[in-house]
Ligand binder design. Sequence first.
Ligand code: IYR
Length: 229
Amino acid sequence: MSESESSRFADLPPLLPHVPLQPYDPGLSPEEASRRYYEVMRQRRSVRMFSDRPVSRETIEQICLAGGTAPSGAHKQPWRFVCVSNPELKRRIREAAEAEEREFYARRASRRWLEDLSPLGTDSDKPFLEIAPWLIIVFQMVKTDDGGMVYYREESVGIATGMLIAAIHQAGLVTLTHTPSPMKFLSSVLNRPDHERPFLLLPVGYPADDCVVPDMERKPLDEIVVWEE
Ligand code: IYR
């Protein structure tokens, strides 16, 4: 560290103890391990038709622990996962979300936006908010619980949410990245403090027996990657 960096503040906290990394060994070559992971992840679909079949709290706990392994700015872990199975709370969330969505489809959405959504068949009806056994509402924290700073909040919470979604899929369950907009109602319905802001709502459960999903393709590798070797 340069003289100017080390001496700017005299009283910074000491370096944490450092321990040897225990590298994760998939027991396979990187080629095989990454292929198998892709084969699992390519089967993930966003689902809007849920079964009411129960999912244990233990499962949701493991999924949240996996989401919580995400990296974050200065390790502030600025996420809170509010896990709702209470039927009365789910009903109130559905009611408020549908009110916002009715406004969205009837007035707020531009013609362009409705054009893009039309092939997906979405509308303001959100029965899955009551049918799915769990709703995980991801909140981002604009301050830590003790009033400290957080850094790269959106990036950190976005990464944690992605890892949560991967964990839901790995568990053999399905979800949907639901974005009721605006979502401020979630703070009041769920009684969350001011320093937590709603980020995303994930219904979690099994798909309905007659569940269908839109037949669409993902972009091929050469459209999502640029090589500079
Ligand atoms: N939030 C609305 C609209 C909507 C927006 C996008 I972007 C989608 O991929 C799907 C729906 C709703 O949930 O209906």
